[in-house]
Design a protein around this ligand. Structure first.
Ligand code: GCU
Length: 630
């Protein structure tokens, strides 16, 4: 088995038959397995006093005592014990007790029926081939183990942009194969979600309309849900992307989002299913000349007035930012704003805008910033989790590449997502160090430099990317590499409006008033140039090139400096990585070294394109006289 495949949980060192054997009495009574050459012993019990999916692990003279609030809790306890052993802790000293912050910890796969993956940078689908469910069974089981080992407990297996092939999951034919996938994941405590198309009543039911107010449409959804739950009784629910990016939805029939959602939610209710309804709705046919419409406002404008109108089994799935998984954006003002509607926080682990698994990028650092961001004067976004925010979701970064994630180091992102979703109080540093230990071992001369590279990677990437939260300076469609005007005159509502004097969109009360969607404390924080976090200045304000930042530098000088520093940061990663040659497995060394070479090219391209672009606009030279192409 090659290094990359083993990920953190699949190493031969952990000779443990976990997962599917957990339910077996014999396993619970006896030896868990081996760690390296050593046997370790454990006893298991379900302790109903523990929180569901919570666990405790206690080391002692008689081996490990693992208790769980349910079977999944036991599983998580066993994995936690294995992680601790692998981190070098003595078995008798292990003492861990945890419970999940949210009940629903979800991965969305954007996998298509033809085996491709939307925004996938790790090969093809793990679930689909040639228009049908198709997979490699041992591999899928390993995948289930990987996900369970970090506490993920629900997954969708088809893209939110549903096409006919995957829409058919609601039919008897489609379900036949999906049942088998459910069987693979079930022993690992992972339930399936199906992404469904809003027009399924027409596509599959032969109806003339998908109008949610039409009783025949309700009948279709009721029958579809009954059919699905007849085959997969523990299905977690359905996921819908409606009225978004050319997907149909209730708007087409003159209804608001609640009307569309509730008809499907009612069908799921008798079976205990949840409807995940995405909030990524905006005008994707905007005229760039229109300076009134402001895309970040769209989700809040659409959903806030509907608070309280959704059925109880609907969870609104909100992207963490109001734009679209950019390297820097504020948190969506919709998060926590709905008092009578359930919400999920959505991240993207796939690095669509953050280097596409060619560039090193540790999401955990950004997620920590997102969780630390204020909701109001008293609470951070982290404080909403487990309360207003009931589920944490991410778009997966996995595929059938041998190493699962395209970039070996991108495994750290999948790992971190699960760990943080289970316990958002963990720091980025802690989860990153944990992944490095489990993957490369604990030797300080290896561990410290790799962990530091990862922890620095988000800021290095941001430095050579779109500056100061401006967003969207990427090449159109595929989203890798710089193109400052790529989206500037397009229909997607993503404009920076740079001219010879200034950059950015004024989103304060003097501009589009987007800031008014935030709680007053946060609104004031972002509106005021003195208190707006520097890295988001251009998200909220339109500023001249010679605007003075707090350290006295002009904005344009800051842009030049950070873009040079970004490339230096990547050069530094290469130096550090080269110092590890011979100390880590060759295969891992060579693979990451190759990715770093690609990253260096990308960083240089960003540096030169962005610096030249702004220099040509404003004509202000770099104070330090470095090369800026004219
Ligand atoms: C982004 C991404 C699309 C995706 C969409 C979504 O816009 O580029 O590929 O479909 O997000 O979240 O639905």
């Amino acid at each position: 088995m090659r290094f990359g495949y083993k990920a953190w949980m699949l190493s031969e060192e952990l000779k443990v038959e976990s997962g599917e054997f957990f339910a077996e009495e014999e396993f619970r009574r006896g030896i868990v397995g081996f760690f390296g050459e050593e046997k370790f012993k454990a006893s298991f019990d379900i302790d109903e006093n523990l929180p569901l999916e919570g666990f405790s692990v206690a080391g002692g003279a008689d081996g490990l005592k693992i208790s769980g609030g349910c079977e999944s809790g036991l599983l998580y306890g066993a994995y936690a014990a294995l992680f601790a052993l692998k981190r070098g802790e003595a078995a008798e000293k292990i003492s861990i007790s945890q419970k999940p912050a949210v009940e629903k910890r979800i991965l969305n796969h954007w996998d298509n029926g033809d085996g491709s993956v939307e925004r996938g940078y790790s090969g093809g689908s793990l679930f689909w081939r040639d228009g049908k469910i198709g997979y490699d069974l041992p591999r899928l089981r390993d995948y289930a183990r990987l996900l369970a080992s970090v506490g993920i407990n629900e997954i969708s297996v088809n893209n939110v942009n549903v096409r006919l092939q995957t829409a058919k999951l609601l039919t008897d034919e489609g379900l036949k194969d999906l049942v088998k996938v459910a069987e693979v994941f079930r022993p690992f405590g992972i339930r399936l979600i199906i992404s469904v198309h809003f027009d399924s009543p027409v596509w599959l039911g032969g109806l003339k309309t998908s109008d949610p107010a039409d009783p025949k449409v309700a009948d279709f959804w009721n029958a579809a849900a009954a059919r699905v739950y007849g085959k997969i009784p523990d299905l977690a629910g359905f996921l819908v992307k409606a009225d978004s990016e050319f997907q149909s939805g209730p708007n087409a029939f003159g209804h608001t989002q609640d009307v569309g959602a509730n008809v499907i939610a009612k069908a799921l209710k008798p079976h205990g299913g949840t409807l995940y309804w995405r909030c990524f709705i905006y005008n994707c046919l905007q005229d760039w000349r229109d300076t009134v419409t402001d895309r970040p406002k769209a989700a809040y404008d659409t959903f806030f007035p509907l608070d309280g109108k959704f059925d109880q089994n609907v969870i609104l799935q909100v992207k963490h930012g109001p734009s679209d998984f950019q390297v820097r954006e504020p948190n969506s003002p919709l998060l926590g704003a709905l008092k009578n509607t359930r919400e999920a926080l959505e991240f993207q682990i796939a690095q669509e805008y953050t280097g596409q698994q060619k560039d090193l990028y540790a999401w955990a650092v950004q997620w920590e910033e997102i969780l630390d961001a204020p909701f109001n004067e008293e609470r951070t976004t982290r404080d909403l989790i487990g309360k207003e925010i009931e589920a944490i979701v991410a778009v997966s970064n996995t595929g059938d590449d041998e190493n699962w994630c395209g970039h070996l180091m991108a495994q750290a992102n999948l790992f971190a997502f699960g760990r943080l979703a289970y316990n958002p109080a963990l720091t980025a540093k802690a989860v990153t160090e944990e992944w490095v230990s489990l993957t490369f071992g604990n030797a300080a001369e290896i561990h410290a430099p790799i962990a530091k590279m990862l922890l620095d990677s988000r800021h290095v990437y941001e430095k050579y990317n779109a500056p100061l939260g401006i967003c969207w300076m990427v090449c159109i469609h595929h989203h890798y590499g710089p193109s400052p005007d790529g989206y500037e005159y397009m229909k997607w509502g993503t404009y920076h409006r740079a001219d010879t004097k200034a950059i950015g969109v004024d989103r304060t009360r003097n501009g589009t008033s987007y800031t008014a969607q935030y709680q007053p404390f946060v609104r004031d924080l972002y509106e005021n140039l003195q208190t707006c976090p520097q890295e988001m200045l251009l998200y909220f304000h339109r500023l001249p090139y010679d605007f003075k930042l707090k350290d006295g530098r002009t904005m344009i000088q800051y842009i030049y400096d950070t873009h040079f520093e970004g490339v230096e940061g990547v050069e530094n990663f290469i130096t550090v990585w080269e110092s590890l040659k011979g100390k880590i497995p060759d295969e891992a060394y060579t693979h990451v070294r190759e990715r770093l070479a690609m990253q260096l090219e990308n960083a240089k391209e960003w540096r030169d394109v962005i610096n030249s672009y702004f220099y040509r606009k404003c004509g202000i030279p770099d104070e330090k006289g470095r090369t800026v192409y004219v």
